[in-house]
Design a protein around this ligand. Structure first.
Ligand SMILES: C[S@@+](CC[C@H](N)C(=O)[O-])C[C@H]1O[C@@H](n2cnc3c(N)ncnc32)[C@H](O)[C@@H]1O
Length: 276
């Protein structure tokens, strides 16, 4: 069954008129919210109809949806090792931008539910993940007040900074760094230079690959909002040195541990930091 209702060429035609696209998207999400979740045998669990990471329940797509999550849990494990930690020492873990629980579904095989917290600006996603997998939903970090005093051993963001403008990334990094315990580990993914060099894989009709690469060479950073969105959300590329500078300025309490180019699905870079 396909949960992405329109073929790409028709969807692109709709996207060219932002208002029409947004009305359609709202209707699609309202329909998904009404339908809720269904059991998906290949996932051994239920999946929400609004899970935008699961655009189809064909065997191939389900396999890559699940494998992507399993691989990322492996990346988290390696990141912990690189930072001198392991799963046994993780009493509190936070996923920022959990979507509808793709990663938590696999991570629960490594960590007990009571050790996991999630948040997402799409609150329905965080609520579903919390209810379905017994983990805790916390406010989005950007909305946590100064009085929020819980801290975490591990915080990760998968495909979140790949969509945000610079100021939002800097602000988020500063907040996330304060939420880490001493020796706490931060793992996040980015689109780096090698991803920009093959930007056609993202199949974005509006994206000018030459402009992207020229700006990346000039400034180390590129962001463009999806032209069919009103909110600040789009596609972001950052070269590795710029990521390091950005983190050093926004979150000076973080110590660089590792960078793995194209480590995730062959197109996203992974960065590992530890709170000093
Ligand atoms: C591409 S999806 C990835 C979802 C999930 N990490 C995964 O890989 O399955 C990015 C998610 O980040 C969420 N997001 C974006 N900015 C956020 C923020 N500032 N705080 C929390 N979630 C955010 C989006 O709503 C979306 O669910």
């Amino acid at each position: 069954m396909k949960t992405k209702l329109l073929p790409t060429n028709v969807l692109n035609a709709v996207k060219r008129t932002r208002m029409v696209y947004q009305v359609g998207r709202k209707a699609r999400f309202a329909f998904g919210s009404y339908m809720g979740a269904r059991y998906v045998p290949a996932l051994d669990s239920r999946a929400h109809y609004n899970d935008f990471m699961l655009s189809s329940t064909s065997a191939d797509h389900l396999r890559s949806y699940r494998q992507g999550a399993v691989d990322f849990v492996g990346i988290l494990e390696r990141s912990l090792q690189e930072a001198g930690r392991d799963w046994q020492g993780i009493e509190a873990c936070l996923e920022v931008g959990c979507g509808y629980g793709r990663i938590v579904r696999e991570l629960r095989h490594k960590l007990p539910a009571q050790a996991m917290s999630v948040c997402d600006v799409i609150d329905e996603g965080a609520r579903f993940t919390a209810a379905e997998f017994g983990v805790r939903r916390v406010p989005v970090v950007d909305a946590m007040g100064e009085e929020y005093d819980e801290t975490f051993d591990l915080i990760y963001l998968l495909s979140v900074y790949t969509h945000l403008p610079r100021l939002m990334i800097e602000d988020n990094l500063a907040r996330v760094s304060k939420l880490l315990k001493p020796e706490g580990v931060l793992v996040f993914s980015t689109h780096g230079k090698q991803s920009a060099e093959k930007a056609e894989i993202y199949e974005q009709y509006w994206l000018d690959k030459e402009k992207l690469n020229a700006e990346l060479d000039r400034t180390g950073f590129f962001y463009e909002r999806y032209p069919y969105y009103y909110a600040e959300y789009g596609l972001t590329w950052i070269v590795a040195d710029e990521v390091k500078k950005l983190v050093a300025a926004a979150a000076p309490g973080l110590e660089f541990i590792a960078h793995h180019a194209l480590a995730l699905d062959g197109h996203q870079d992974v960065f590992v930091y530890r709170r000093a």
